[in-house]
Design a protein around this ligand. Structure first.
Ligand SMILES: CSCCC(=O)C(=O)O
Ligand SMILES: [Fe+2]
Ligand code: NI
Length: 229
């Protein structure tokens, strides 16, 4: 992926160690591991356009036929992605580098199961209500899995399958939601710059400063980026 094909407003997101932008062999230094483990060459995160059926939110909701979304497309809407090794996350140099370069000094863990979370059902319901935040949402999957749904430039849902070792950053102001999948469990790390603010602002939020900034950088400029190339 050539950084130069993105507008300058987007380039800052590439200035980060080990960011994975597309599925090239070079970017997959855990590929061998992954092949050994599950015989799956394509170890990058999977994302796809959702159908609009009203079935259980924990099901995959693929379109028929399936329409996958490449990481380059996620990068265009400001979503960043890394693949890390969660087995020894407390001593992971790669994670340390990312945290330093992005200023993620705050960190905590969230174990999403009814025994450990107060108001479990209510929290899950709120997570799946479409919202934005005034800051980035940074999540690193240590165990289990789930789905982050994000809106593309044309307001269609993209479902991102978030699994062990996946670290993603949703930019401030992007409309999104989260659900567990049918395995019903996730343990994740939450990161933040400074004192954390988890406030969710439910859609519509067109006048929220973070939304305006997001729209300016990632939606309005989308056409310009295409024309320039
Ligand atoms: C379970 S973390 C993801 C849910 C979410 O969107 C949030 O915390 O704001
Ligand atoms: Fe959120
Ligand atoms: Ni790695």
């Amino acid at each position: 992926m050539e950084v130069s094909r993105y507008p300058s407003t987007l380039r800052h997101i590439f200035d980060v160690p080990n960011l994975i932008l597309c599925r090239t062999p070079e970017s997959h230094h855990h590929q061998q591991e992954s092949q050994d483990n599950n015989n799956n060459i394509d170890m990058a995160i999977e994302a796809w356009y959702m159908d609009d059926s009203g079935d259980d939110q924990r099901l995959p909701h693929h379109k028929n036929p399936r329409v996958f979304v490449p990481l380059s497309k996620l990068a265009e809407i400001g979503v960043m992605y890394w693949k890390l090794n969660p087995s020894d996350y407390e001593n992971d140099e790669e994670l340390k580098k990312i945290r330093e370069s992005r200023g993620y000094n705050y960190m905590d863990l969230l174990d999403l199961c009814p025994e450990k979370v107060e108001n479990y059902e209510e929290k899950l319901k709120n997570f799946y209500t479409e919202h934005i935040h005034g800051d980035e949402e940074i999540r690193y999957c240590l165990e289990g899995s789930g789905y982050f749904d994000v809106r593309d430039k044309d307001d269609r849902w993209i479902r991102i399958w978030f699994k062990e070792g996946d670290m993603i950053v949703l930019p401030a102001g992007i409309y999104h939601r989260f659900t567990l999948d049918t395995t019903n469990y996730v343990k994740l790390m939450r990161l933040f710059v400074g004192k954390p603010v988890w406030t969710a602002h439910n859609r519509p939020q067109e006048e929220h400063p973070a939304r305006k900034e997001y729209a300016k950088n990632f939606i309005e400029k989308a056409g310009v980026a295409l024309e320039a190339h």
